[in-house]
Ligand binder design. Structure first.
Ligand SMILES: Nc1ncnc2c1ncn2[C@@H]1O[C@H](COP(=O)(O)OP(=O)(O)O)[C@@H](O)[C@H]1O
Ligand SMILES: [Mg+2]
Length: 469
């Protein structure tokens, strides 16, 4: 494409230069022959042939060319070179003149050394530098004597200089264009290399990623579109990497959570099998322990199922018009036996009933998880405060306790799956570390937010903010 367009530009430029060069030559040739024919026409019949010939010779000398006078039959009457007298000129431009079609005309002819004409065009760029052949320009003008057409005056000039300079210009231009073409081609090759390299790099990265290697990043320097694309790709592959790791972590945590109660059950059951003489009280205690572990297993499995549902976007909210304060009160009354057992007080303060369009079951789970945590992580005799009020278009639920608190460095992680601040204590209290992550997911589905504030040893406050629709 580039080559073809360069060729077209080169050819048309040469054509333009040629045209303008020859225009000058034609104009000056035509002017001199017209002027000469006007002067000579007056003398053609009025003086002797000798005197006319002398006049013609001096005109040719001053004009710098060869002059021929042709009669109406096309026969040469006078030739300042004295070679063609009596012969017939077969020049097209002379014949159009003699036929009376035009007053003046011109033509260019390639002559060989012997002066014979050869068929060719002056703009043929192929004919050049052959010294035996030269380009001649023939300019003819009608000779008018006493109002009658008496013949034609032909001025023959060498136009080889013009052709030579055209050839020279043409050579130069072809050279320049060839050079420019090579330059442009090199540049195009370079640019396409620069453009394709990042594409190659990116596609290699994508290939690696599809093979499961998420660790490597692609490097595309600069700020262009490709660099942006590479940055986006890197970001994506990092996210996939994190997701992949989170999934592995989740599976291993979940297996661990299931394995521990199973191992405990196995030990208890085995000791019951191999100890035939086990006292009935101990047997009952073991069975009670097994029952607890089974409860734990089923609660872990329940939590896992909820999370998996939320993750796979299968969990749909069953929204209905509900009164949030009722849900809070019900949850508190469900949990108060647990608090009573530990000598704790649950204070409820409801400023606004907070009627809203939400999923009452899911919000009950939110309340349950947070209040249960408050009870679990507050020493005996502590206090849990539950308050509900409205702030603008939001319902705000605050659950505070006077418990152990959460260390500052653990605060950002309490909503992570399986995250527990104190692993050993949490196990005693039956925690899996899934409760708060479920809370966060449910609140997110409701387009709300949940935050935590805590001071070690003093207590913790969870704040849930939900839009009231
Ligand atoms: N009210 C609280 N006071 C102190 N620590 C808390 C409180 N609520 C949650 N935490 C900490 O956050 C962790 C995550 O809580 P959660 O996801 O409910 O898991 P779990 O209750 O099963 O341990 C808990 O293990 C506990 O360390
Ligand atoms: Mg919990």
């Amino acid at each position: 494409m580039i080559g073809v367009s360069f060729y077209l530009v080169a050819a048309s430029t040469i054509r333009l230069v040629g045209d303008s060069l020859f225009e000058d030559t034609i104009r000056s040739g035509m002017t001199s022959v017209s002027e000469l024919s006007a002067v000579l026409g007056e003398h053609i019949g009025g003086e002797s042939a000798d005197a006319f010939y002398q006049r013609l010779l001096s005109a040719a000398r001053s004009g710098g060319g060869r002059l021929l006078v042709v009669d109406m039959d096309g026969k040469v009457q006078f030739d300042t070179f004295d070679e063609q007298c009596g012969t017939r000129l077969s020049l097209g431009e002379v014949h159009t003149l003699l036929r009376g079609e035009r007053e003046s005309d011109y033509g260019f002819h390639l002559m060989d050394g012997a002066g014979r004409e050869q068929a060719a065009s002056v703009l043929d760029p192929i004919t050049r530098r052959d010294v035996s052949r030269i380009w001649m320009g023939c300019f003819a003008s009608a000779l008018i004597s006493e109002g009658e057409r008496a013949g034609a005056l032909v001025l023959v000039l060498s136009v080889q200089d013009t052709v030579d300079s055209l050839t020279f210009v043409q050579d130069r231009m072809l050279g320049v264009f060839a050079l420019a073409l090579v330059g442009v081609m090199l540049l195009a090759a370079l640019i396409s290399r620069i453009v394709t390299r990042p594409v190659k790099e990116l596609s290699a990265g994508i290939e690696r990623m599809s093979r499961g290697d998420y660790s490597r990043r692609v490097h595309v320097p600069g700020k262009g579109e490709m660099a942006q694309l590479a940055a986006a790709f890197n970001q994506m592959s990092e996210q996939v990497h994190n997701l992949d790791e989170a999934r592995n972590q989740f599976v291993s945590n979940a297996s661990h959570e299931l394995k521990t109660p199973l191992a405990t059950i196995k030990i208890l059951v085995e000791s019951m099998i191999y100890q035939d003489d086990m006292p009935p009280e101990l047997r009952r205690e073991f069975l009670g322990d097994i029952n607890k572990e089974i409860d734990r297993l089923s609660s872990v499995v329940g939590d896992l199922l909820t999370l998996v549902h939320i993750d796979s976007h299968k969990l749909r909210l069953r929204r209905e018009m509900m009164v949030f304060s009722d849900t809070v009160r019900e949850t508190v009354s469900r949990l108060s036996p647990l608090a009573k057992k530990r000598g704790q007080e649950i204070a409820v303060s409801i400023e606004d009933e907070c009627e809203m369009f939400a999923d009452p079951g899911k919000l009950a789970q939110v309340c349950y998880n947070i209040i249960e945590n408050g009870i679990k992580y507050t020493p005996d005799g502590g206090k849990i405060t539950v308050s509900l009020h409205r702030m603008g278009r939001d319902a705000v639920l605050e659950i505070s306790d006077t418990g152990v608190g959460i260390p500052q460095e653990d605060l950002p992680h309490v909503f992570d799956r399986f995250y527990r601040v104190d692993k050993a204590r949490s196990r005693d209290t039956g925690g899996t570390g899934l409760g708060l992550s479920i809370v966060q997911q449910i609140i997110r589905l409701h387009a709300g937010s949940v935050t935590v504030q805590s001071e070690r040893g003093k207590g913790t406050t969870f704040t849930v903010q939900l839009p009231v629709k």
